[in-house]
Structures are given as structure tokens and as C-alpha cells.
Design a protein around this ligand. Structure first.
Ligand SMILES: Cc1cc2nc3c(=O)[nH]c(=O)nc-3n(C[C@H](O)[C@H](O)[C@H](O)COP(=O)(O)OP(=O)(O)OC[C@H]3O[C@@H](n4cnc5c(N)ncnc54)[C@H](O)[C@@H]3O)c2cc1C
Length: 433
């Protein structure tokens, strides 16, 4: 077994990013401490989908993470849609002509086309809380500290480059480096970019979402087996709705999106009334009407995202996951980007032999990861508008052309080649120092 690395890392935050990173670093003999603001690890319910790029990253990080994913993941039920990422339908009745057709031969709610993936697809949807539970099992005892909300950081003034983390409870901890996995509202991001930088805080995307879970047997009764057991997107004017199976097909995950100009509430998740939710979809066709009427707890999630920033690191502090590149969810690629980040960071830190080189590893991470992850954020925001007739209008042919191409660069990523490139950047920088 390789000896422990002569440096220790603070991971701020224990979501998907922090936990996968912790598992990856422990397995590479890198000493870590996770500081989590909450009293325990926890995830809000609802589903999250991972593409094949994310599944491959999990495989490369550690079999433990891939096993956790495979244990929780659900793919489309039944062979007919086995290669379909989503079946696309128009859900909004306003798009139909007087005879109810949105296109020749296709009515509101009927399948228009499928966005397909390659047959060796290994992605799938998971129930977030279950996946997180599986990850938590793989984190060794004693590496996580809870109720530790980071409120400030200071670089030690003794020339060591070490970083002191300051917590809300008044305690401090000194580490050789800090990796901020503290999510979309990251304190580490504000510290790194500066409070005055417009990119330091997430901006509202103009979209919000209702998220809900419906038992598949109920959904099947309402919508039929094909819709209830597979993944669907229903498009419409300034709104769209998606469904995909989770929990081994026992549950249909629903996310229903709508639009507003600005977000006036301080909270990003608010409870609304069923009437408000129904009003948002009152002009939609029977499929969507049935789905929104079956949703029990109408919480609204405001969707925010990060504007691009110039760097993901400063000294020995680096951002990872949503802290670096929080995205709207429209390409289902945000959590996958977090997992990819983890692989790059783990493989780079494995290269580091002395703490003075940690910043060089962060620089290589930034160089390789920033362009891709910022492009994911940008194209995701565009995708939301595409689905809601705001990018290509309601021209269904143009939408199909655009949509069937736009995911390929995310899924068909040359992960191994890019990890190699990051390593080469790091090695040549260390040699030339
Ligand atoms: C509606 C919606 C649907 C989505 N669907 C998908 C999808 O289908 N596919 C996909 O790939 N992605 C999806 N995403 C994106 C995905 O959920 C995120 O990219 C991912 O969960 C981010 O993980 P994270 O660990 O970086 O951040 P988080 O999950 O936000 O975790 C941050 C952690 O840090 C802790 N923390 C925060 N501040 C501090 C502090 N100061 N000190 C200490 N700890 C702190 C928090 O308590 C939390 O545990 C979706 C997002 C939304 C909003």
C-alpha cells in the first residue's frame, strides 16, 4: 500500500461532490477531513440522473462509487425504450391546431421523437437520498465533522501557504489545502472570487420547478405503461415537464418547470398551493394535467446558476462541483460534472508529492475543468429555453434537430484522454518550476 501523502485536505461540504471526493482521496491515501454545516449527511428527496460520462467517471474513481450507483440506479422499464434518454412530446394544448394536432399525425401528448444514446449506455436515474446513503457507507468513520459551517478562511502568514478554516461555532482548523464542495451558495466561492464579483453569487435563471414523486402503479393507471415506465419530456410555452423512473421502477420522478421574470423570495424553495401549481399548467393537455394533479406536495424550487468566473482556485483553495459551476438542471448534467471533477482532482492529487505542489495541481484542474463545466452551465440554460419554445420558437423540426445533437459532447467525453492531459499539464509545470 502506498504511504500516506504528506499533506492534509479540508473538504467543505458533504453533498455528492464532497462525498465522492472524500471516498476518492481516502482510497488514494490522501488524508482528509470533511466539514459539513448540517448535523448529519442528508439529501433532499427526488431523483437525479447521471449520463454515461458520469458513470464512467464513477468507474474510474472507485468501484465503491460505481457499485453505489448501480445499486440505486433505474433505467427505462421495458425493452421498447431501452435506448431512449427521453421520449419527447408536446404537452401544451395551445400548440395544437383545431383538430388537436401539433404536427401531422401527432397529437398533444403523443411521442414526437426519442433522444437516443449508444447501446453501451451505463447511466440512469437515482433517488438522491438512497445514492447519498450508499456513498456515506463508504466514507470511513472519523473523517467527517458535522455542524461545522465555514464562515471564513485565512491564509497563514508564516510562508507555509496553509489555510485556516473558521467555523460558525468559533472553532478553527488548519489544513494544507481546502477544496470547496459547499454547493451553489458556496462560501468558498465568495471568498475566492470576492463578494463584489457578480460571479460570486448565483443568478436566477427565470425558471422554477415543482418536484414530485408519483407511485408507478398510480402513474400507470393514469398514463399507461409506456409513459409511466419510461423517461419523457413534455414541451410547451414557457414551461416543460419531465418524468423518469427511479427506485427500480417503483416511482415516477416528476419535475414540472415554469417561468417568471424575477425571484422575489429570499428562500429558493418555497411551499405553494396546489391551485397555483394547477394554474401554471391549466392550458396544457391531459397527460400533464393528470400528472400535476397527482403531485402531492407543491414545493417550488427556484433555479439559479453561476455566471462564468475567471478561476476555480486561489492559492491552496480550489472549488469543485456546484461551488464551481452550479447549473440549471435542463441537461441532467450538473451532478455528473461534479463526479467528473472528483476524478480529475483525485488523479491530480495522487500525483502530488509535497504540499508546495498542491497549487500546481489546482491550476491544472482549473485549466482542464473550467471550459467544459462552464459550457455545461451555458448550454443547460439554453436547453431550458429550447424545451420551452424560447430558443428555436415552437418549430418542432428545428427543436428536434437541435436537441438530438446537443447532448453528444457531454456524453461522449474523452474522459481518460482529458485526465491524461491534466496529468501532463501538472507534471510539466512541476518539472519547469
Ligand atoms: C431541480 C434540480 C434538478 C437537478 N437534476 C439533476 C439531474 O437530473 N442530473 C444531474 O446531473 N444534476 C442535476 N441537478 C444538479 C445536481 O443536483 C447538483 O449539481 C449536485 O447535487 C451538486 O452537488 P454538490 O455536492 O456540489 O453540492 P450540494 O449538493 O449543494 O452540497 C453542498 C453541501 O455543502 C454543505 N455546505 C454548504 N455551505 C457550507 C458551509 N459554509 N460550510 C460547510 N458545509 C456547507 C451543504 O450542507 C451540503 O451538504 C439538479 C439540480 C436541481 C436544482
Amino acid at each position: 500500500m502506498a504511504p500516506q501523502k504528506p499533506f492534509n485536505i479540508a473538504i467543505i461540504g458533504g453533498g455528492i461532490s464532497g462525498l465522492t471526493l472524500a471516498i476518492a482521496l481516502v482510497q488514494r491515501n490522501i488524508p482528509i477531513t470533511i466539514y459539513e454545516a448540517a448535523a448529519h449527511f442528508g439529501e433532499i428527496g427526488a431523483g437525479v440522473a447521471f449520463g454515461p460520462n458520469a458513470a464512467l467517471a464513477m468507474k474510474r474513481i472507485s468501484p465503491t462509487i460505481l457499485d453505489a450507483f448501480n445499486k440505486c440506479k433505474t433505467i427505462n422499464q421495458g425493452p421498447i425504450k431501452a435506448n431512449s434518454w427521453f421520449t419527447i412530446r408536446v404537452g401544451d394544448a395551445r400548440k395544437a391546431n383545431v383538430d388537436g394536432y401539433v404536427k401531422e399525425g401527432t397529437k398533444v401528448g403523443d411521442a414526437l421523437y426519442d433522444v437516443e444514446f449508444n447501446t453501451d449506455w451505463e447511466g440512469g436515474g437515482v433517488y438522491r437520498a438512497h445514492f447519498l446513503d450508499e456513498l456515506v457507507k463508504a466514507v470511513p468513520d472519523g473523517v467527517a465533522q458535522f455542524s461545522k459551517r465555514l464562515v471564513n478562511m485565512k491564509t497563514v502568514e508564516d510562508g507555509s501557504g496553509d489555510v485556516i478554516c473558521v467555523f460558525a461555532d468559533g472553532t478553527e482548523a488548519r489544513h494544507d489545502a481546502v477544496i470547496g464542495c459547499d454547493g451553489i451558495k458556496a462560501m468558498t466561492r465568495r471568498w475566492l472570487l470576492g463578494e463584489d464579483n457578480p460571479a460570486s453569487r448565483a443568478v436566477f435563471s427565470g425558471k422554477y420547478a415543482y418536484r414530485g414523486l408519483i407511485r408507478t402503479e398510480v402513474a400507470t393507471e393514469m398514463l399507461g405503461e409506456e409513459v409511466a415506465g419510461n423517461s419523457n419530456m413534455f414541451f410547451g410555452n414557457n414551461g416543460h415537464l419531465l418524468t423518469f423512473p427511479i427506485e427500480g421502477g417503483k416511482t415516477m420522478n416528476v419535475v414540472a418547470f415554469s417561468s417568471c421574470k424575477e425571484w422575489k423570495h429570499e428562500q429558493w424553495v418555497i411551499t405553494t398551493s396546489k391551485d397555483d401549481m394547477h394554474a401554471d399548467f391549466s392550458d396544457w393537455g391531459p397527460h400533464v394535467q393528470k400528472i400535476v394533479h397527482a403531485m402531492q406536495k407543491p414545493d417550488i424550487w427556484a433555479l439559479f446558476y453561476h455566471l462564468p468566473c475567471d478561476t476555480y482556485y486561489k492559492g491552496r483553495v480550489c472549488l469543485l462541483g456546484d461551488a464551481a459551476h452550479a447549473s440549471t438542471p435542463h441537461q441532467g448534467a450538473g451532478a455528473g460534472a461534479c463526479v467528473e471533477d472528483t476524478l480529475f482532482m483525485a488523479e491530480l492529487l495522487k500525483e502530488v508529492e509535497k504540499k508546495e505542489d498542491l497549487e500546481t495541481a489546482f491550476k491544472a484542474f482549473d485549466e482542464v475543468r473550467r471550459p467544459r463545466t462552464q459550457k455545461i452551465v451555458k448550454t443547460s440554460e439554453e436547453a431550458g429555453r429550447l424545451y420551452e419554445f424560447e430558443l428555436e420558437g415552437d418549430d418542432l423540426n428545428k427543436i428536434e434537430q437541435n436537441q438530438t445533437q446537443r447532448m453528444r459532447w457531454i456524453w461522449d467525453y474523452d474522459l481518460d484522454g482529458e485526465v491524461d492531459r491534466a496529468r501532463r499539464i501538472y507534471r510539466s509545470a512541476v518539472v519547469s518550476q
